[in-house]
Design a protein around this ligand. Sequence first.
Ligand code: ZN
Length: 358
Amino acid sequence: MAQLKPGVVSGKDYLTLVTAAKAGGYALPAVNVTSSSTINAVLEAAAKNGADVIVQLSNGGAQFYAGQGLKDSFQAKVLGAVAAAQHVHLLAEYYGVCAVLHTDHANKGLIPWVDALLDHGEAYFKKHGKPLFSSHMLDLSEESMEFNLDQCARILKRMAPLDMSLEIELGVTGGEEDGIGKELDTNSAADNSHLYTQPEDVLLAYERLSPIGHFSVAASFGNVHGVYKPGNVQLRPEILKNSQALIEKRHSTSAKPLNLVFHGGSGSEKDKITEAVGYGVFKMNLDTDMQFAYSEAIGKFVMENPKAFMYQVDPETDKPYKKFYDPRKYLRLAEQNMVDRLTEAFVDLGSKGKSLAS
Ligand SMILES: [Zn+2]
């Protein structure tokens, strides 16, 4: 088994992680983080499970990291991502695991965000000889294929010299983030064909991007962002298998040439996760389930100790409540519950005990 130094991995080392996951039939969870507390919970869970992990920031998560009070929200989205990445660079190696630093969905309106992060990335590379982020993500699946691939090619040309990877999206994944949640809440579910990526589109992307640099593909196979009532959209992981097969045949590649990403992993049936991982999925995004785990623990604690959140000292017994309302008390419970939920994900994805760090 290949061995890597613990800490943030990128370039060749990131490819080593991806290759090992595909060959070993497991995938890494990519967990959306918003704060030092959630980042530390992800690193703690990885260390506890002897697993490598992907730490991921959406533009909103990055903005929250910088602070909602920062006036210029675009600047906050950029600086928050940089600050969070620096946090992970500093701490990850001490947790003894490999961490991939990723950004999440950037649609057309957020292309300037990715370009601004690459400005920081280029400066960081100059200074440290390694990239700030291992990979960024562009989701232009709602635009034309031509626009999508043109922008992906342009961005990847900027990233390749920095040893960075690009994740792209083809086909629309349903869910709140894409404004498709409402449609899915109705029971009609008439035509969901736009929720399934065509293997021919994956082939086009492969032919356009593989000469430029390393990339991964989030292909839609009926996945939905967020957790909804089940039954409206059928998960069809065989779309992933067919996409791999088409490229293998056309370009006489080795088996599973594509590095695939599973979006909207929260709430998915476990057998479909296993099937998708078997077709070359090395990364599964997890956001909603982690948010719930974090908040669930806080909710439980507040309900069990309601007076501690109304009085500093109990008006009847004079008991001081400092030990209860100290935010470290309930945030720690939140982190521990997130660690437990993420432990379950490592098991589901087969990545428990598979860390390449030594
Ligand atoms: Zn997506």
